[in-house]
Design a protein around this ligand. Structure first.
Ligand code: MN
Ligand code: MN
Length: 335
């Protein structure tokens, strides 16, 4: 396997000068090489990572179409074409601090609460060997245990939540833990800094007007898809940024924030969504924040066409890695 040529040398000193990247795309073609995210090394192949990417193949919390359990493998497959330099942010997303793939956890597919606990344990464990975490899902239920772990380390978290849906329902069919409720539970548990958190991309019909009233009462701000369409991405960026300030920020991206034309492979599609480019622009406006973690969830490859959704999701992870690399460069971190 040619890719092992660029793997880490055994016994590398902790302060390796350069992060280990993927095999060169001109040596090992992009459709070959490791099956990790962007063909990067596995976490167990490096001493420590600046950013770890963790897969959570889990979809027992969905309310409509299942299939997000295949999201992590789909996003990894969609990531093979990513290249090492991000011209718009002027940064090498995996060239500043080490980025490594922590693999998938093995969540219980029949016991949702057990799975939630497993995500929490796994995230905590991965963060013993990594400074920041990007999780690829999996349905949105997994954001709750991830936010618990973030809050444990950083205190209440400023959430920037990209989604067509609020995900602050109280219960669904009497169930408190579903992919439509993670941010209500997180609010109740005190892991969110509610005065500084926002939803971005909200749209579509909802059950009741009071869903919006309750969400507002929790403290969230909403930057709706229509607002982005009417007032533009810069104002959306300003609204999100002016709230979070210097708080620890977590970005949670439900792929259904994108229009189904851009991301058909998801469980709860809503027409009239953000374009990929708008989402990319908003993310690129979120530089210089204290970004501690992120996720990209709800990718269900069975409904995808031509890898539109998996490639979009992988590119959103790339944007997140770019933002984290800028932070690492600023603070002189290396891993
Ligand atoms: Mn959604
Ligand atoms: Mn969601």
């Amino acid at each position: 396997m040619a890719s092992s040529d660029s793997g880490p040398a055994a016994g590398d000193p902790q302060q390796a000068a350069e992060p280990i990247g993927p095999p060169s795309g001109v040596v090992v073609p992009r459709f070959a090489g490791p099956e990790t995210f962007a063909r990067l090394p596995r976490l167990d192949q490096v001493d420590r990572a600046g950013v770890a990417i963790l897969g959570v193949p889990f979809d027992a919390g969905v309310s409509y179409r299942p299939g997000a359990r295949f999201g992590p493998s789909g996003i990894r497959a969609g990531s093979k074409l990513l290249r090492p330099y991000h011209p718009e942010l002027d940064v090498d997303p995996w060239g500043i601090a080490q980025v490594a793939d922590a693999g998938d956890i093995a969540p219980n597919p029949f016991d949702l609460l057990a799975a939630v606990g497993q995500v929490e344990v796994a995230a905590r464990q991965v963060l013993q060997n990594a400074d920041r975490l990007i999780t690829i899902g999996g349905d949105h239920t997994i954001a709750l245990p991830l936010l618990r772990v973030m809050a444990e380390r950083h205190g209440p978290i400023a959430l920037v939540h990209f989604d067509a849906h609020l995900d602050t329902w109280h219960t669904y069919f009497g169930a408190p833990y579903t992919h439509g409720t993670p941010f209500r539970r997180a609010s109740e548990e005190g892991v969110l800094d509610l005065d500084v958190s926002s939803h971005v991309g909200i749209r579509g019909p909802i059950y009741d007007r009071k869903d919006l009233v309750e969400d507002r009462a929790l403290g969230f701000a909403i930057v709706s898809t229509m607002e982005v369409a009417r007032r533009g991405v810069d104002e959306a960026i300003d609204r999100v940024r002016s709230r979070v300030g210097d708080r620890p920020v977590y970005i949670s991206i439900d792929i259904d924030v994108l229009d189904p034309a851009h991301a058909p492979g998801t469980g709860t599609p809503e027409p009239g969504g953000l374009t990929f480019r708008e989402t990319q622009q908003i993310l690129r406006g979120l530089t210089d924040l204290n970004l501690v973690g992120a996720d990209v969830v709800e990718v269900a490859p069975a409904y995808d066409h031509a890898e539109l959704t998996t490639i979009a999701a992988a590119n959103l992870v790339y944007e997140l890695l770019g933002l984290m690399a800028l932070e690492s460069r600023k603070s002189g971190e290396s891993a």
